[in-house]
Design a protein around this ligand. Structure first.
Ligand SMILES: *[C@@H]1O[C@H](CO)[C@@H](O)[C@H](O)[C@H]1NC(C)=O
Ligand SMILES: *[C@@H]1O[C@H](CO)[C@@H](O)[C@H](O)[C@H]1NC(C)=O
Ligand SMILES: *[C@@H]1O[C@H](CO)[C@@H](O)[C@H](O)[C@H]1NC(C)=O
Ligand SMILES: *[C@@H]1O[C@H](CO)[C@@H](O)[C@H](O)[C@H]1NC(C)=O
Ligand SMILES: *[C@@H]1O[C@H](CO)[C@@H](O)[C@H](O)[C@H]1NC(C)=O
Ligand SMILES: *[C@@H]1O[C@H](CO)[C@@H](O)[C@H](O)[C@H]1NC(C)=O
Ligand SMILES: *[C@@H]1O[C@H](CO)[C@@H](O)[C@H](O)[C@H]1NC(C)=O
Length: 479
């Protein structure tokens, strides 16, 4: 008896739900479809068809694209009683996304979508039929377009047309992993509302236009990594004061670090790895008080770590100065960076002692000191080596040795000898030590060089993993 009312109520609920659904479906204006201008709807169908192929018949498959037959990747906005396309995302993101055919074409009809705010092409234009970014008509989208993205279009060739500079409402311009080439047009400097400019992984060359740095004061993210930009960094970068991340890694940028960079007080990431920058660590960079990741490895930077106000970089977590031709000693101020997690000073011309204070840094998870000329005794505890495992490197420092703190041969610093006065006291340990070292420290550093220092932030952590892997392999081989 007690179960019956419950069943009844489920049925009532189901009926209510059904009613709600039917009400929703048929509650469009006119009682049937979402009203659109005929030209808008036709432009949408034909623009998509030119990308996904002739087989795609929009009017048949999606008779009400802003209403009850939505197209994956298309969204609409309502203006003055009519529906307009607000966003068009082409590319294999979801299971039923619009996917381009091998000979996808960029249709001029896209420029008829008068309220288009967001346009993106992912994995669309293939090298089977190379195509360029249209060079005219962008002004038609100037009033509406806020984001434009071309990602992973291997067949997208040619230059960035100067006319993109007409899209003055643009907040985000992303041209990632395409085959674009040529110089960056000065007109990009007209995009004064841009917050994100990401041009990574193309073949852009020439200098960074001064207009970018002069005009784009709203910019939060600037990433032009993995291109072949040359010349020096414009000093006007200092006026991009909103900037949070600046990534120009993997180019051939030269000259010195402009002192104006120090004015980027909100910057949290500076990645200039793998360039041709010289002239030392500009002192004013200590003005980047929010910086968390400072990555400068593989540049002929030169200079020293002294006289730099490390203590002002209170939030520094990653400092990568590997292979930067720096000289001198490690200043004590580095040991005061409480938030430091990753410190790479390897493959430089550093000398002097290694302070045991480094091991006391509470957050430190990786420390690379190899390939320098450090001298004296490494006064790190056995617990430190156990904690760091493969994320510690100090080989190729011929005048460095480790001391009596380390008693277990399983946790000696790889490629470093036990200090002489220690060896005299312990013949047994030194015998084991020779076996572990095996005279192979040169070989392993070459191996490491071929693994490490790859391209992105990911690459950095990959490099850490690779170093660990190599070390494990070597230890197995040597046993
Ligand atoms: C799409 O389908 C409709 C109705 O079936 C048909 O009239 C129209 O010719 C087709 N359009 C294209 C471009 O194939
Ligand atoms: C910078 O922006 C102004 C408009 O704010 C524009 O007139 C000028 O041409 C831009 N400069 C460059 C070099 O693009
Ligand atoms: C820097 O960040 C702070 C805190 O988020 C913000 O209030 C300030 O406006 C930013 N400065 C600039 C120049 O954008
Ligand atoms: C790097 O810069 C030096 C001058 O500092 C220059 O002689 C050299 O040609 C540059 N290398 C490349 C690859 O541009
Ligand atoms: C450093 O980080 C802390 C915590 O994330 C944050 O509250 C603080 O504002 C940061 N300091 C600076 C100068 O950015
Ligand atoms: C060290 O940096 C220079 C550029 O300064 C680069 O040419 C060289 O390949 C780097 N070495 C390694 C092992 O990465
Ligand atoms: C390394 O340091 C030692 C002792 O300070 C010095 O004699 C030697 O010349 C240095 N080697 C190099 C390559 O700089």
């Amino acid at each position: 008896m007690s179960k019956l009312p419950m069943r009844k109520s489920t049925i009532v609920q189901a009926l209510l739900l059904l009613q709600l659904l039917t009400f929703h479906v048929f509650s469009q204006p006119d009682g049937s479809t979402a009203p659109m201008e005929k030209t808008e709807q036709e432009a949408l169908y034909l623009a998509i068809q030119s990308l996904v192929g002739k087989w795609w018949n929009g009017s048949e498959l999606y008779p009400d694209p802003c209403g009850w037959t939505p197209i994956q990747g298309v969204s609409c906005d309502f203006f003055d009683g009519l529906w307009y396309v607000a966003a068009l995302d082409i590319g294999p993101v979801l299971e039923n996304s619009l996917e381009c055919t091998q000979d996808a074409k960029f249709s001029q009809l896209l420029f008829k979508l008068k309220h288009l705010k967001s346009l993106s092409f992912f994995n669309c234009f293939s090298s089977h039929r190379p195509t360029t970014i249209p060079s005219s008509n962008w002004e038609k989208l100037a009033g509406s377009l806020e984001t434009l993205a071309f990602r992973s279009n291997r067949g997208l060739i040619g230059e960035i047309p100067a006319s993109l500079g007409q899209l003055t409402n643009l907040r985000s311009l992303v041209l990632v992993e395409n085959s674009l080439t040529g110089m960056l047009p000065r007109e990009l400097g007209n995009l004064v509302n841009l917050q994100r400019l990401v041009l990574t992984g193309n073949g852009f060359n020439g200098q960074i236009p001064v207009s970018l740095a002069n005009n784009l004061s709203e910019l939060l993210i600037l990433d032009i990594s993995r291109n072949t930009l040359s010349g020096s960094l414009p000093s006007s970068f200092g006026s991009l004061t909103s900037l949070l991340t600046l990534d120009l890694s993997n180019n051939i940028l030269g000259g010195s670090l402009p002192s104006e960079l120090g004015e980027l007080r909100n910057l949290t990431l500076l990645d200039l790895r793998n360039n041709n920058l010289s002239g030392g660590l500009t002192h004013s960079l200590q003005g980047m008080t929010s910086i968390q990741d400072m990555l400068l490895s593989n540049n002929p930077l030169g200079g020293s770590l002294m006289e730099f106000g490390w203590e002002s970089l209170r939030n520094l977590t990653t400092l990568d100065l590997s292979n930067t031709s720096i000289t001198g000693v490690i200043p004590d101020s580095i040991s005061s960076l409480k938030t430091l997690r990753f410190l790479a000073l390897d493959n430089n011309h550093l000398s002097g002692g290694v302070s045991p204070k480094l091991a006391a840094l509470p957050s430190l998870r990786a420390l690379y000191l190899s390939g320098n000329n450090f001298t004296g005794e490494l006064e790190f505890s056995q617990g430190f080596y156990e904690r760091m495992r493969g994320r510690f490197a100090s080989w190729n420092n011929p005048n460095l040795c480790y001391g009596s703190e380390v008693t277990s041969t399983g946790h000696v610093p790889f490629g470093v000898e036990r200090c002489k006065h220690e060896q005299e006291n312990s013949a047994y340990n030194s015998g084991t030590q020779n076996k572990v070292n095996g005279g192979s420290s040169n070989q392993d550093s070459n191996l490491l060089a071929s693994f490490g220092f790859s391209t992105s932030m990911n690459g950095l952590w990959w490099a850490i993993a690779a170093r660990e892997l190599v070390l494990v392999l070597l230890l197995i081989l040597l046993q």
